[in-house]
Write a protein that binds this ligand. Structure first.
Ligand SMILES: [Zn+2]
Length: 417
């Protein structure tokens, strides 16, 4: 499949690092960002590249030539004038096949391209967007997806202060079908505003591929330095989904947020002091942070799935304000004991996911390729410990319910060990 790389970036914000070369040519850990991208795609069998160049495009062309030095074929399109991130694509339409990748030439990334492509096809999507949580959702453009992983809304910034939203950010990496370009009208265009938003209103299928793999832009001197270090330390490659990752599984109530009797409304949710710091430390460590929580309130009909989602949006928003994020949240809506008058019978089952059963941990391990034997479970009840042990994690811990600092102390200890 062909890879289109948007390589027209001027890099004004990063001019102190390198002058007079286009942003995608700025070396990171010894090689232009563009070269890292071409090598990544080549590893997944891509041999055909189309580089959309602009500012100082000849510098890119003279470095890569026809691509034969990399064993690939590279074509170019030089934008006569800047046409926004998407605008130039319609000028090369006849050079595109039915489906193609779109990379931004200033992102450092390593991800399992085969897995994302399989997801795109499994969802019969017109477009698939790579999405991930980040440490600053409040000033990022967010995307909302449904249970079926299809995008239901784009939530560009600025948004109302304090509004609870899931922490899911568009990383600017796409698989597109060619007819997505029908939305372009010849002029300057932007993917979000001019392609994805109208596609959504037309009922097209835009899928959100949520991943914990490494993808970061290097648009400022600080970020350039950070991504360079991450390449050299092996972090960028290590986070590729093909490599199993360790995880710290966290119970929710009493561990992250204050346990109240049957929490069932978003405004009841309050973080325990130190919880966000603990999650942020996990985020920075290379461990995944995954919540596994029993929510029998659903079965007892004290809270709907929609309300539970609102509670989790608030949890993610509160963590996000402190620079922390969860890689995933798994919940068990079931409860085995029948006999409450208001109960919802479809959830009154003896399931495999209610802790101390290990179902949620095992599902997460499959979804996120987690190495359970290198992972930890932290909860505040014997059920949590039981689930961790049944799943075969390295060690499980029970901390004191609602105690400020309890999670932070344990996480810092584990990460320093
Ligand atoms: Zn369950």
């Amino acid at each position: 499949m062909k890879v289109i790389i948007l390589a027209g970036g001027k890099g004004t914000r990063i001019a102190s690092v390198a002058r007079d070369i286009p942003k995608p040519m700025i070396p990171v850990a010894g090689k232009p960002v563009l070269e890292w991208q071409i090598e990544l795609a080549r590893r997944y069998g891509c041999r055909d590249f189309l580089l959309m160049t602009g500012y100082l495009g000849d510098c890119i062309e003279s470095y890569f030539g026809d691509g034969s030095r990399w064993g690939v074929h590279i074509d170019y399109y030089r934008e006569p004038e800047p046409l926004g991130t998407a605008g130039a694509l319609q000028r090369v339409r006849e050079r595109l096949e039915e489906e193609f990748w779109v990379f931004y030439g200033d992102t450092v990334m390593d991800f399992d391209m085969e897995a994302m492509l399989a997801f795109h096809h499994a969802h019969h999507a017109d477009a698939t967007l790579f999405l991930h949580p980040n440490g600053h959702p409040y000033d990022s453009d967010l995307v909302r997806i449904g249970e079926d992983s299809l995008v239901t809304a784009f939530l560009p910034k600025p948004r109302p202060e304090g509004e609870a939203q899931r922490n899911l950010v568009n990383a600017a990496l796409y698989i597109l079908r060619k007819d997505c370009l029908d939305y372009l009208n010849g002029g300057k265009a932007d993917f979000g505003r001019d392609i994805f938003a109208p596609m959504l209103s037309d009922g097209k299928r835009i899928a959100g591929y949520v991943s914990a793999e490494y993808i970061k832009d290097m648009g400022t001197p600080e970020r350039w330095e950070a991504v360079g270090k991450d390449i050299l330390s092996g972090k960028v490659a290590r986070l590729n989904r093909r490599n199993p990752r360790p995880c710290i599984f966290l119970d929710r109530d009493g561990v992250l947020n204050r346990e109240v009797n049957l929490l069932s409304r978003p405004e009841q949710l309050e973080l325990i002091p130190g919880a966000a710091q603990a999650v942020r430390a996990i985020n920075q460590s290379g461990y995944l942070a995954v919540v596994v929580t029993n929510q029998p309130q659903i079965a007892r009909n004290l809270c709907s799935i929609e309300e539970l989602r609102g509670i989790h949006d608030r949890l993610e928003t509160l963590l996000g304000t402190e620079g922390a994020y969860l890689d995933a949240i798994y919940y068990c809506p079931h409860h085995p004991d029948k006999g409450y008058p208001e109960e919802r019978p479809e959830y009154k089952i003896d399931c495999d996911c209610r802790k101390p059963k290990p179902g949620m941990l095992l599902q997460a391990a499959r979804d996120l390729h987690i190495d359970l034997s290198a992972s930890y479970m932290i909860g505040d009840s014997p059920r949590d410990v039981g689930a961790g042990e049944a799943a075969g994690v390295k060690q499980s811990f029970q901390i004191e319910t609602n105690r400020p600092g309890a999670l932070q102390e344990l996480v810092e200890l584990l990460l320093s060990a």
